[in-house]
Design a protein around this ligand. Structure first.
Ligand code: MIG
Length: 775
């Protein structure tokens, strides 16, 4: 007997579909391009990813079409059938998301329990399929022959996720991140598809452990399953892939405008923070070798016995004075903070948390004790708002010390007991409800980041700089991310591009990898290619593990150092451009670093392109990611492209062979681009720049350029400037201050074309720029 669709109720953008023998399906029209699908499985419906009411008044219709009910907005058509099947089309009737009518056919395996033991005894990983979790529900969709998949945050593998399976369960993965690892530190359950070229997105807002099989098991379907929670997903439509991605960031939020220096170079290593002298020696290294830098990171050793919110004064004479001293040298310090709190009756954080009942408990009510760096450790119940406020209050410790932000680590949360995790049945708050670790695990890092962000914001009134390893959908509102413990191998330089592009598509516009590789010994060539490849990656940090070969820029030969310096200097030239791109990101909801497919989704060649990226729409980076290579194929999409180095022009929609000797990053600028070009500096200054240069690539072009104090929230009250710079076809050059809300303006603006350099001077009396010189 089929499960008949028996009727529907339509109440103010919420359409409830009833079925003879299954639960209701609820369709909620949020906007013209976003429809939520919901089925109650008895879980609270609060979302950690989405804050505030995202529903807009939208025109829509509901019609009984005999064999189905049809819901239409201007952009999406949802048809509901018997058996609770939904089919989604765009407004032109192109299929986007169709429920699969058949049954799943799991891949055959010839493994019984006996064999499994034998295989595991040699140390082989036994495939996840052989150990299925208790699945609570599955959502199975039809797969078209040419369908491709993107998104899912920073998973392993390639740009196009088709043919692979992934899990959502935040984990500390200190082994090689290959495409065989189905999950890493973050769970961002958003996926995008191009079905016969038509774009859509699906966002599954469920924090329980979940699984995506994107056409690995079958060519006929893909599916999502979860071990708990409700069926609760969003269908994202839009004319273009960009629209679809913008709809996702409309729901879950954008990366807020960073402070400008956050875009500068950052040096880190587990081992630097053992003493003030050691940290200072790194700063000296940068000065001696004439290398620009903005931030040095302090890993766990600065703490007193790995206790959060402490600073070991046996290793640092006067930490606060030291932070100031470094600041005067133009270098900010970024301390790490771990999730686990040391069990120690004499330690105020532990005592206070215990008294207030702020740590996670066992089902019997006793506080759960795990183990992390400080030994026996307890874990804050971040699902409880009071705990977050308490944590935020203590974060002031860092603001008082004068450090530039907080780097959250081990916040999956990681544990040295219980197979690296916390037991599923530990008791957490889920807002006002009582819940379990199974539900709250994937938002632990998210909530810790939120508390850290709020704490820093309150204490400093500046744009907080938080970095987190673990994240859930929406964490981008609070924190930057890095991709965790990668390894100094070429395959991880290759992985960096799809991984960062995947994060970008999933809302995380501010992300980076450990440049040079965290684990194992890097090589001069790998480090060189990695710094080149990262030239325009938003988070620009070299980091390595204790005990590995040093990977400071000067740790190798002169050639490595010279090339490294060249790319650091180049990075600082690009910072005003990157900052403009972040301003644009906050307005458009689109990532800064992005795969070519986002800009050119109709171009087949971009759909599986793993080794190129773009910044915005006008810069294309095609790094060398193979040992020994000194040439590579570069795909240039439609338009004309100018080689950054020699200004040679190429037409697009073709592959070119680019020369790339060890000191050269293949880098292309779209013809007729005006690029803001920063001054040569050793650090990003807190003082307003007096001079700005714009460089024209091509014959003519224009740009809008943004300026503010680069630090706090005053821009939200209009304290910012906008400039318009244009070179017309007939060679006329114009510089206009189109918005003057931030007092300081550039005193001088230079515009450089292939032929001339134009000098403009600001006149305060007229609030205008005057061309004073051309040569
Ligand atoms: O691996 O704090 O991913 O960046 O250096 C042990 C020490 C814990 C993991 C982080 C890494 C950091 C390290 N931490």
């Amino acid at each position: 007997m089929s499960n008949q669709l028996t009727g529907y109720q339509d109440d103010n953008q919420t359409i409830t579909l009833s079925f003879a023998s299954s639960k209701d399906l609820i369709l909620k029209v949020l906007t013209n391009e976003i429809i939520q699908v919901f089925q109650d499985h008895g879980c609270p419906t609060n979302s950690y990813a989405i804050e505030g009411n995202k529903q807009r008044k939208t025109n829509y219709t509901v019609e009984n079409k005999g064999d189905h009910i049809e819901v239409r907005t201007g952009a999406l058509i949802v048809k509901a059938y018997d058996d609770a099947k939904l089919d989604v089309y765009d407004a032109d009737g192109n299929p986007l998301v169709l429920d699969y009518r058949g049954k799943r056919e799991p891949l055959p395996t010839d493994m019984d329990d006996e064999h499994r033991k034998t295989v595991m005894s040699e140390g082989h990983a036994v495939h996840a399929k052989a150990n299925p979790d208790n699945v609570n529900f599955e959502v199975i969709k039809s797969l078209a022959k040419d369908e491709v998949f993107y998104g899912l945050g920073g998973k392993t593998g390639f740009l196009n996720k088709r043919g692979y399976e992934y899990d959502n369960w935040n984990s500390d993965v200190p082994v090689l991140h290959n495409e065989t690892e189905t999950h890493l530190y973050k769970s961002i359950p958003v996926m995008y598809g191009l079905k016969n070229g038509h774009p859509y997105g699906l966002f599954f807002d469920d924090t329980y452990k979940s699984h995506f099989d994107l056409g690995k098991e079958s060519d006929n379907y893909y599916y999502y399953s979860a071990v708990g929670g409700n069926v609760d997903y969003y269908i994202l439509g839009g004319h273009t892939l960009k629209d679809v991605v913008a709809n996702y960031t409309y729901l879950t939020g954008v990366v807020p405008l960073p402070q400008k220096w956050m875009l500068g170079y950052q040096q880190s290593r587990w081992g630097y923070s053992t003493s003030d002298q050691r940290v200072e020696s790194i700063a000296d290294g940068f000065a001696e070798h004439n290398l620009p830098i903005d931030v040095i990171h302090l890993d766990i050793d600065y703490m007193y016995g790995y206790r959060d919110f402490t600073w070991d004064t046996t290793k640092y004479k006067d930490p606060k004075a030291f932070v100031q001293k470094m600041k005067q040298r133009g270098i900010r310090l970024m301390p790490i903070l771990d999730a686990g709190v040391k069990v120690d009756d004499k330690y105020d954080i532990y005592k206070e948390g215990m008294e207030k009942g702020y740590f996670v408990t066992n089902p019997d009510g006793s506080v759960y004790v795990g183990s992390v760096w400080p030994g026996d450790s307890v874990f804050p119940d971040f699902g409880n708002e009071d705990v977050r406020k308490w944590w935020a209050k203590h974060v002031k410790f860092f603001a008082d010390m004068g450090v530039c932000g907080v780097w959250n680590d081990m916040d999956e949360p990681a544990n040295f007991r219980a197979k690296g995790q916390l037991p599923d049945d530990l008791v957490f708050h889920d807002g006002v409800n009582i819940s379990t670790h199974a539900k709250m695990h994937n938002v632990f890092g998210h909530l810790q980041a939120q508390a850290t962000y709020e704490g820093m914001k309150q204490a400093t009134r500046k744009r907080p700089y938080i970095i987190t390893r673990a994240a859930y959908a929406g964490t981008q509102k609070y924190s930057t991310v890095w991709t965790g413990d990668n390894t100094a191998v070429w395959s991880h330089l290759q992985l960096a591009i799809p991984q960062l592009n995947g994060l970008g598509l999933s809302g995380f516009a501010f992300a980076g990898t450990d440049i040079g590789g965290f684990q194992e010994d890097t090589t001069p060539e790998l480090l060189t290619r990695w710094i080149e490849a990262s030239l325009l990656v938003p988070l620009f940090r070299n980091h390595s593990i204790l005990g590995s070969r040093y990977q400071e820029p000067w740790a190798f030969d002169k050639q490595t150092l010279d090339i490294y310096r060249k790319y650091l200097n180049l990075r600082y030239r690009f910072i005003p451009y990157l900052y403009d791109q972040f301003r644009h990101e906050t307005e458009s909801g689109l990532p800064v670093m992005r795969p070519l497919v986002l800009n050119y989704p109709d171009d087949q060649e971009t759909r599986n392109l793993n080794d190129e990226y773009m910044i915005g729409t006008n810069i294309l980076v095609a790094p060398i990611v193979n040992q020994g290579a000194t040439k590579r194929l570069v795909y240039l999409p439609a338009g004309n492209w100018i080689d950054f180095w020699n200004h040679a022009e190429y037409s697009g929609q073709q592959y070119i062979m680019a020369d790339a000797p060890i000191d050269k990053l293949p880098l292309f600028v779209k013809a007729n681009t005006v690029l803001p070009w920063g001054n040569k500096v050793m650090h990003v200054s807190d003082n307003p720049e007096k001079v700005m240069t714009f460089r024209l690539f091509g014959e003519c072009g224009s740009t809008k350029h943004y300026q503010d104090n680069g630090q706090d929230f005053k821009y939200q009250q209009g304290e910012f400037n906008e400039y318009y710079v244009e070179v017309t076809e007939d060679g006329h050059v114009a510089v206009k201050l189109t918005k003057h809300g931030y007092k300081p303006t550039y005193e001088k603006i230079y515009v450089e074309t292939d032929r001339s350099r134009y000098e403009f001077t600001y006149h305060a009396d007229t609030d205008e720029y005057e061309l004073v010189n051309e040569r």
